[in-house]
Design a protein around this ligand. Sequence first.
Ligand code: ADP
Ligand code: MG
Length: 431
Amino acid sequence: METCCEAEFGLTHGPVSAPWSVCFICICFFSEFLVLFGMVFPVLSAIEFFVILIDSITKGSVEMKRNREKNFTKLLCGSLLAAVICFCAGCGRTVKYTSANTAMGTFVYQTVYTSGEDVTADVTGLINGLEQDTLSWRIAESEIARINARTGSGEGFVLSDNLRADLEVLREVSERSNGAFDITMHPVVELWNIDAWAAGQGVVPMQQTVAGAGEIQDNQPSDGATSIILPDQKQVTQALSHTGYEEITIENNTLYLPAEMSLDLGAAGKGIACDEIAEFLKESKVSGAVISVGGSVLTYGRKPDGMPWQVAIVNPLDTATQLGTLSLTGEWFVSTSGDYERYVEVDGIRYHHILDPATGYPATSGVRSVTIVCDSGILSDALSTACFVLGVEDGMELAESYGVRALFVDEAGRIFMTESMRGIFEEAGEQ
Ligand code: ADP
Ligand code: MG
């Protein structure tokens, strides 16, 4: 879901234009040379200074005293020169790269400051790899798809260390949210098929429209041309009977799922990707970055100008506008769950993609969006979904219990936030 973006996204692609690149390379070579010179110079001065100092102590002449002063001045100037040059050379080598593309079925925007290579393609590759190898239930070879294929066989599935750790975090969110967050909602998620509808698939000609309890109805869609097949109550109840996070058993790294059950990590996948990106950046020469994977954003390191990262929050009541911005310094994970990106409207009712495990229907907690900020990607993503289902009161309690920053927007556009969020959030229009 496209909910957050860095305020400065959408600038240039790649580092700098051609003439500037040539200039930049020249400056780099020159500064490398100067750094060497600047380092050698004070070292030689220091050696000379100490030789003369020892000499003057042993001999004590007026001549030696003068030499000592002269060399001390040389040493001081050399050190200062070296410091200035090192500083300038360091600054000159930081390059900004930006990229905008798609991965995990969503938009990925990156702004990266680095003294090394452009890593934006590696980051995109990392997200795609995570989806293909681990998270996607649609890709047969992924770990989740292979788990789902073994459902009910009685045969356990040996988990990778990473997925096992993720499942533990998610199970705790399920427990602490009283089941509002539940990765076994997959059969119901597939039944509703919201993602496909929102992408314009699964839409049928209006005379075939089935709504309510399965009867054919003269359901006049607003555009008069096509409509949507909504699941009926019986189907929802049936699908819901194959859910329940308590049914997942993990023994010695082996996971067991009862028959008909399956997993969907869609509510935490983008956050997990942000966690992995942060680990990858730590191994790189990146000094600062802000990367958004749909509604999950990672801020990392610092901007060259020392200013905080600005992450915009979309106004869920008018998605063309911003609700406000978050100012963040260093490594943070921001996730927003809202009802405004992937949804369809039938007869004036909005069917969105965040389901209430208690009913099997899109959550109707009175909340339009929830933003969570914390030091873990998987937690920020899972908690934003959980809090959306719980609503303002219970959601706020859950957020407080985890010690994360939370911001809720309700149907009337009212904003509710934790005390900790107040310090970093500035509402649009406020100064
Ligand atoms: P997005 O993925 O668009 O950022 P969320 O993080 O809120 O939004 O996750 C929504 C996705 O999670 C749905 O598309 C569905 O796959 C799954 N899902 C829906 N409801 C729940 C729920 N109550 N608990 C866990 N997963 C859910
Ligand atoms: Mg989520």
